[in-house]
Write a protein that binds this ligand. Sequence first.
Ligand code: NAP
Length: 308
Amino acid sequence: MTPIKLAIVGLGKIARDQHIPAATANDDFELVAVASPRSTLDTVPSFPSIEELLAAIPDVTAVALCTPPQVRYETARYALEHGRHVLLEKPPGVTVGEIQDLAELALSQDVTLFASWHSRHAPAVEPARAWLAHRRPHSIKITWKEDVRVWHPGQRWIWQPGGLGVFDPGINALSILTHIIPGVYRLCAADLSYPTNCDTPIAAHLLLVGPRSVPTNIELDFLYQGPPAWDILIETDAGPLHLSNGGHQLHLNADPQPLPNCTEYTSLYAHFASLIHQHRLDVDISPLQLVADAFLSGRRIPVPAFVE
Ligand code: NAP
């Protein structure tokens, strides 16, 4: 089959660390160009914008958008209006409405829109979902803590409106949670700590009631020093399930489980290719909806200014 001609837009950390290697290694794709305001790539033609890229290389059929979320809607809209399949990095946008709008546009254009959640492709996530399908959860505790200065050095967009602050990593936990135990999560309380010089929170504590009335406690911290804690602990009627290391390790009743040997972005690009071949959309806004609910109802707690 002829490879899908792919362009990557937004040549920052995640594009270089994950998208370029994963797309290049996948025979379904051929990376033919990139677009980014300042950054360029030696191996394929580089353009400062998607408009110039599509004008110069019209046979691009799919684009992966790896920009900060604040500029993703306009770029996605342009690509969809011009008949291209679109992969959105997480979070898919800065409002729920703009994702719904893009989904409608993709349907009307008969092209694929993939609002990706890379953490759902971590190797322990599907085994956890399969195990939980036959168990009754009693409680859920999520701890998602890392040092923003180590993992996102210099990324000012995280602290600007729409940048999500600690929910930028925290939404990865929410994307796993809403996948392994699907259903409605009702937010009961949220404490959001805002540095005095930032428009987004640096820490958060959420209390929710999940499907089947499961109490759900979520602690997010973006100033946590030492090895990151990316843990989901679920007590069930068949003992505890512990997903750790961001969905890369699974313990059931304290026993480590064998996992498939795959990487998140390899699986993510395989899914994007299958969506394109099947003319399907994959747009689940539930993790973003939970963040929106926290911003709607959360208590704002001022904390000292963030200094990088
Ligand atoms: P980043 O390093 O700041 O890179 C973002 C890139 O977007 C910059 O290099 C910038 O290009 C480019 N850009 C800015 N405005 C643009 C526009 N209007 N059109 C095209 N490109 C534009 O950020 P990142 O860490 O890669 O994160 C990007 C997205 O990926 C975020 O949504 C984040 O949540 C997600 N993500 C990040 C990670 C991670 O570990 N960092 C992991 C998973 C997902 P120039 O360099 O040309 O100025």
